[in-house]
Design a protein around this ligand. Structure first.
Ligand SMILES: [Zn+2]
Length: 152
């Protein structure tokens, strides 16, 4: 940054350029300087490096003000978009919570069914073992009767 001692009434030259100027109409990049005049001590401004009378000049605070004014509607739009996105996410979360509850109920039902089937299989195995034991006992009784008969 450098100091300019001669600036006083050339503020209109920045008009037409909204917000922060990046280039002067001559094609040179705008630079930031600090005013050292009695009227504007320490006040920063954009100016064309040529410092010509017909070249860019704009106070930085004017650029900041224009940028803020320009940004406010965008911020409002962004806030609305965020609000909409929050609503959509909330709906999606509710849907996922419902799905989780359904899956939990399905898992509980499956567990109960599995227990039921295990019990049924156990009963069937017990029944089969009982039948086999009864058949073996009957066969043994018949065999021992036959032996008994043969002995006498
Ligand atoms: Zn210029």
């Amino acid at each position: 940054m450098s100091c300019n001692f001669g600036l006083s009434s050339c503020e209109n030259r920045g008009r037409g350029c909204h917000g922060f100027p990046s280039k002067c109409h001559c094609g040179l990049d705008a630079a930031i300087y600090t005013s050292c005049t009695k009227q504007n001590p320490g006040r920063p401004y954009f100016q064309c490096p040529t410092r010509g009378d017909e070249h860019l000049f704009k106070w930085v605070e004017e650029g900041v003000y224009e940028e803020v004014v320009e940004a406010l509607p965008k911020i409002s739009i962004i806030n609305n978009e965020i609000s909409n996105a929050r609503s959509e996410v909330a709906v999606e979360i509710d849907g996922l919570k419902t799905r989780i509850e359904e899956l939990k109920e399905d898992a509980m039902w499956s567990k109960r069914e599995l227990k039921k089937w295990k019990l049924m299989i156990l009963c069937l195995v017990c029944l089969c073992v009982t039948i086999i034991v009864i058949v073996i006992v009957i066969l043994m009784c018949k065999t021992s009767k036959g032996t008994f008969v043969l002995d006498y």
